[in-house]
Design a protein around this ligand. Structure first.
Ligand code: PLP
Length: 379
């Protein structure tokens, strides 16, 4: 089955009771047992719920994995991965990553004795210097949030395998429509399904997908033991979102390209960060591991001024100034004060997240309207 068919049918079956094409929302905590322990596969909804199972099966299908696990948020999914580790273990993560991930690693898990190294991974060989016997996990985002850096998944996976280290890829920005990290050698794919998978800015949910039974069992144990699961209604919404992922992503990519090119040719814009540009530092890798370049574009206006960035985001009318990304509607964000505010200024500026940076999640509206909005906002 090819990808566009998998989004709709992958690992799905019609409801057994009445043949409903979409799975029912099983809004129940518990399930009748005929004698203690005898039930129809479901005992309690933290452990499993049929609507969540339908979503988890779909997630496994679209990422070419064998097991999917759905959580109450992207952060809950990341939290579950780090709980595979123990005190004394070390993690190597990209220095340019979602602020909430940085906060979870440094403000929560460092206190439990896990050590994190945040490094640039534009060249995978930079990893080697940080690997020792304690290194148990490599955590990457590609494209990175918000600088749109590209990391060579295959090259990082080769190094991870050589040292027997788990590789987890946050695939939120790319989605499986653009890249499938498990096929490139990653062990775990993570999603903030709140973004493109849900796609309509109406549900917060996280996901993990793996292709190894033992790893799936360990993560399932953590999912059930820690309990950060999503409810059936939210599972249903993400399952519905996934069914149109491919058509939405196609338009996100078209509009993202048009916006990136418009900004690059604008006399008042200094820098535009988008992996589709031929002179993007890792464009060749992006071209190889991604099908297209996505709908996320970051930029800095000439003068590198905080006040000008704020003026632009306040002037935007069709692009809503808001946290999050990946919905059908276009959003604009100011990473330094919003999504990345939890990263200390010196740290975030090292990776390019300056006070003048604006991040756009380009939606699927008519491109002429989006360009006209940017035109009037930039002035
Ligand atoms: N990873 C990335 C790349 C994100 O952008 C986000 C949220 O913005 C997360 C993880 C966290 O996901 P959630 O907000 O669903 O907890």
């Amino acid at each position: 089955m090819k990808f566009n068919t998998k989004t709709i049918h992958g690992n799905q079956e019609h409801d057994k009771a009445y043949g409903s094409v979409m799975p029912p929302i099983y809004q129940t905590t518990t399930y009748a047992q005929s004698t203690p322990g005898a039930h129809k596969g479901y005992g309690y909804s933290r452990s499993a719920n049929p609507t969540r199972t339908a979503l988890e099966n779909s997630l496994a299908s679209i990422e070419n994995g064998t097991h999917g696990l759905a959580f109450g948020s992207g952060m809950a999914a990341i939290d579950a991965v780090v709980k595979l580790l123990k005190s004394g273990d070390e993690v190597i993560a990209t220095s340019d990553l979602y602020g909430g991930t940085y906060r979870l690693f440094t403000k929560i898990f460092e206190d439990f004795g896990i050590k994190f190294h945040f490094i640039e991974m534009d060249n995978a060989s930079k990893l080697e210097a940080y690997i020792n016997v304690q290194t148990k996990l490599i955590w990457i985002e590609t494209p990175t949030n918000p600088m749109m850096n590209i990391i060579d998944i295959k090259a990082v996976a080769t190094i991870a395998k050589k040292h027997n280290i788990l590789l987890a890829v946050d695939n939120t920005f790319a989605t499986p429509y653009l890249q499938q990290p498990l096929d490139l050698g990653a062990d775990i794919v993570m999603h903030s399904a709140t973004k493109y998978l849900g796609g309509h800015s109406d549900v917060v949910l996280g996901a993990l997908i793996v292709k190894d039974k033992d790893l799936a069992q360990k993560l399932y144990f953590i999912q059930n033991a820690s309990g950060a699961v999503c409810g059936p209604q939210d599972s249903f919404l993400v399952l519905r979102g996934i069914k149109t992922l491919h058509v939405r992503m196609q338009r996100h990519c078209e509009n993202g390209k048009a916006v990136a090119e418009y900004l690059r040719n604008h006399p008042k814009i200094e820098n535009v960060y988008w992996p589709g540009f031929e002179d993007h530092p890792n464009h060749i890798i992006a071209k190889e591991q991604m099908k297209d370049y996505g709908g996320m574009v970051s930029f800095v206006a000439k003068g590198n001024s905080y006040a000008n960035a704020i003026r632009i985001v306040e002037n935007l009318k069709l692009f809503t100034l808001a946290e999050s990304l990946g919905g059908v509607e276009s959003l604009a964000g100011h990473p330094a004060s919003m999504t990345h505010a939890s990263i200390p200024k010196e740290e975030r500026e090292k990776t390019g997240v300056v006070d003048a940076l604006i991040r756009l999640s380009v939606g699927i509206e008519d491109i002429d309207d989006l360009i006209a909005d940017l035109e009037q906002a930039i002035g």
